[in-house]
Design a protein around this ligand. Structure first.
Ligand code: MG
Length: 160
């Protein structure tokens, strides 16, 4: 049995006229995240953390943005596919911690719903799943409301 960590990061631009999805939850806001899929940078960071822990290539290699089949796909669907890969590798997730950095909107009220949405897909209980929301204190592209970023770290157990 092997215990491994994985680290993931993602950032997407905010733009008018798109729906905002974060942590698998639709959030009421005037802008959404630009992306080939739904732009959910929290899920993308979690996916990269999982793939990293499993020693696999990153999200861009698994789901290339040049491939029309992933256009506007919900990131929850991408996460489900990555979890299938993890199960094929006899890898289970022990816990997940994450941070979303967004100046606006206020994400705190949505965190319970994000955990309820992603926890069952990841196979982790609420106690083994952290999502924290921070601002960038008004600095840089995130602080000016032009982008939202996310970090995620996972701990997995590989049964041999
Ligand atoms: Mg992304």
């Amino acid at each position: 049995m092997k215990i491994k960590v994985g680290l993931g990061y993602d950032i997407h631009r905010l733009e008018e006229g798109r729906r905002l999805f974060l942590g698998g939850v639709e959030i009421d806001f005037a802008k959404g995240l630009r992306g080939h899929s739904d732009g959910d940078c929290l899920i993308h960071a979690i996916i990269d953390a999982l793939l990293g822990a499993a020693g696999k290539e990153d999200i861009g290699q698994h789901f290339p943005d040049s491939d029309p089949q992933y256009k506007d796909m919900r990131s929850t669907e991408l996460l489900e596919r990555v979890m299938d890969l993890m199960r094929e590798g006899k890898t289970e997730v022990l816990n997940v911690d994450s941070i979303v950095i967004a100046e606006k909107p206020k994400l705190g009220p949505y965190i319970p719903q994000m955990k309820e949405t992603l926890g069952p897909i990841l196979g982790v209980d609420q106690d083994d799943f952290g999502i924290k929301a921070k601002t960038n204190e008004g600095m840089g592209a995130i602080g000016e409301g032009d982008a939202i970023a996310a970090w995620a770290q996972v701990l997995v157990r590989e049964k041999q």
